[in-house]
Ligand binder design. Structure first.
Ligand SMILES: O=C(O)CCC(=O)C(=O)O
Ligand SMILES: [Fe+2]
Length: 357
């Protein structure tokens, strides 16, 4: 018997939202995807677009990450958590060395999640928004969930198990197309830990029953047998490992199941994931942040007001908590059955009782 008692469970099914291509822009614009690429996005649930970004688009992000890591190291050093600043190490090594000296550093960097100007520029990159317009139409809002991922070598906390992105958000988004661009800052492949996708896993228009949490992480999991039963996919036939070279991106929708593979290399696999959706639909981020309008058909000169992304009074984390706390209490922990409790779920239960929730 299907257990319907978890708040995340829904028998809603919205296949057309995720499989039907919208009307295409009349005029051809820089960055536009080919007809085949758009068809692939809607039919397979994702598409790898190689050679999309120039080094001028991505180098500022690499530099910004380097600066963020430097500031992070300086802070740990000042507070006596690390003895060495590891300044001799470059972008692909330094955070790994810091993590070795002060385990949990990788998690602390995510919790900071600072949206610096360079990431804003990439998110609103003209050519990228032209491509997004082909997927969702001319009114475009940036979705409040974005990540800089720093997959340090052999680190469990950054190996994301099978999931549909919708499982992390409120049920009100189960029928909202929210395309994501996954943009690596180096060549990614099976060794550095690229993504693995389930071709066509979005076609049923459903969200499978996820559970929480995987190992010592805050991630939800879509078990393989549930994926086959609920979404009608064949785990052996439909899985695809998706290497994405530097300069390329993987575009995916929020119902296609995917996971990220472990990083077996000695380099950090840095990537950014950015999302968009139509502005008149719910973003489903638990009232923590709203979206930010990036394009409006009515107002071609729209200036992006980044203040729209500011956190509301609801916080993801306790503002007074120890800055070196490495737990990630997360709102989706309430959506799914906790089949594996850990320090993150324990902290979530504790936080729920706090006044800002
Ligand atoms: O980058 C990863 O390891 C996982 C990314 C992911 O699941 C996403 O961007 O939706
Ligand atoms: Fe994801």
């Amino acid at each position: 018997m299907e257990d319907k008692s978890y708040p995340g469970w829904s028998d809603e099914s919205n296949p057309a939202v995720f499989t039907k291509m919208p009307e295409q822009p009349k005029e051809k614009k820089p960055g536009h995807l080919s007809g085949d690429q758009i068809k692939k996005f809607f039919h397979e649930g994702f598409v790898v677009v190689e050679d999309f970004f120039s080094p001028e688009d991505l180098q500022p992000c690499r530099d910004a990450v380097e600066k963020l890591v430097d500031e992070f190291a300086q802070n740990l050093h000042r507070k006596g958590k690390i003895q060495s600043l590891h300044k001799d190490k470059g972008l692909f090594q330094r955070l790994g060395a810091i993590e070795n000296e002060f385990p949990g550093s990788t998690i602390l960097t995510i919790k900071q999640s600072r949206l610096v100007q360079e990431f804003k520029d990439l998110w609103t990159n003209e050519r990228l928004l032209n491509a997004v317009e082909q997927l969702i139409g001319p009114n475009i809002m940036g979705h409040p969930v974005w990540n800089l991922r720093y997959k340090t070598p052999q680190n469990e906390a950054t190996t994301v198990p099978w999931h549909q992105d919708a499982a992390y958000l409120e049920n009100s988004t189960y029928g909202v197309l929210q395309p994501a661009a996954w943009i690596p800052l180096l060549d990614t492949n099976e060794t550095t830990g690229c993504m693995e996708m389930i071709v066509g896993g979005h076609r049923s228009g459903r969200v499978g029953k996820h559970t929480c949490c995987w190992a010592d992480t805050w991630y939800v999991i879509l078990p393989e047998d549930e994926m086959s039963a609920a979404l009608g996919v064949d785990m052996e036939r439909d899985r695809r490992i998706c290497p994405v070279p530097y300069g390329g991106m993987l575009l995916l929708n929020n119902l296609v199941p995917h996971r990220s593979l472990p990083n077996l290399s000695t380099d950090i696999r840095w990537s950014l994931d950015l999302r968009w959706q139509a502005p008149n639909k719910p973003v489903g981020f638990y009232g923590i942040r709203q979206g930010v309008l990036m394009r409006s058909a009515k107002d071609p000169d729209l200036k992006v007001n980044w203040d729209e992304l500011q956190e509301t009074e609801k916080k993801l984390y306790d503002p007074d908590v120890d800055e070196f706390d490495t737990t990630m209490p997360s709102p989706w922990m309430e959506k799914w059955e906790i089949t594996h409790a850990n320090r993150h779920t324990a902290r979530f239960l504790e936080y729920k009782l706090k006044p800002w929730n």
